[in-house]
Design a protein around this ligand. Sequence first.
Ligand SMILES: [Zn+2]
Ligand SMILES: [Zn+2]
Length: 344
Amino acid sequence: MSEARRNRLAELPAVEQVRDGTWVVPVPIPDNPLHYVLSYVLEADGGLVLVDVGWNDPGSFEALGAGLGEIGASVADVRGMVVTHIHPDHYGLAGRVREVSGAWIALHGLDASQITGRYSKIERLIEDNVLWLTGAGAPAEDVEVLCDAGAELQRYVMVAHPDRVLSDGDRIELGGGRALDVVHTPGHTVGHVCLYDAPARLLFSGDHVLPRISPNVGFHPLSSADPLADFLASLRKVGALGSELALPGHEWRFDDVPARTRELAEHHEARLAEVLVLLARGACTSWEVAQRLIWSRPFDSLAPVTRRAALSEAMAHLVHLRTRGEVRCEPGPPDLWLVGRTGS
Ligand SMILES: [Zn+2]
Ligand SMILES: [Zn+2]
């Protein structure tokens, strides 16, 4: 990444008008390498509808209010919030905004069904994480550290159940003839959605398609059985919409969505090939595969939450190769991955 781009990412960008009736308000997410979430503000009947809101931190709430002030509005004017997915940086602040404004919250049913297990009654999730990490071959001391990794992010979430549960193909009417089509794009989470304003050809892409980084696609206790298959299918779905401009949840706006979806798919194909090369040298646990893959920094030096994401990402590739019939798994714990089909 160029120095200019890195600086651009670290600085909070300005509030901007994207199109008529559409603005972007960057909301800081402190201590996070992505620095900010982009909240999109849409003019709607009787007020505003937001796409994603940031996480529940006083500074983020203040920045959202100040950003809305720059466009001549306030948090009290928010009528609704469409949350692309359940991660704290997109969803965490929605409950707080609802308290102040009475706005509705919309979230896909599959993510909505995880709210309690992810953010309020987490004992079961912790047990599932221990089994998952042990099966993956994580050393005992890492099981403990990684099991709790990310627990601190819970403080950035105000638990709020949606007023409106979304499904693929739903239409969110904004008034004045404008509407957002809900496009279910599982992969990054099970209930991730993109929103498409078809006449304007604007795609609100959340974390599904980002201009620079490859969104995390991980196999873990809250994922589907083959999240990478879901993600690749979602890339094809979004690539075929005919959008002109993507408005992502992080980084910056970009055009040529089909090219970016192809790049992301190619990145995963290359990763799948890398995993096959590793396994061709001998059977490995998921942990060993994660350790041997190339990451932005060596696996063992990654912060716990990032190391867990890297492990889950490696596993998403392993389970997808199993779906394709290229590898098999001998159940453990730890589970052992080998090249070839079951029984071959
Ligand atoms: Zn996310
Ligand atoms: Zn995000």
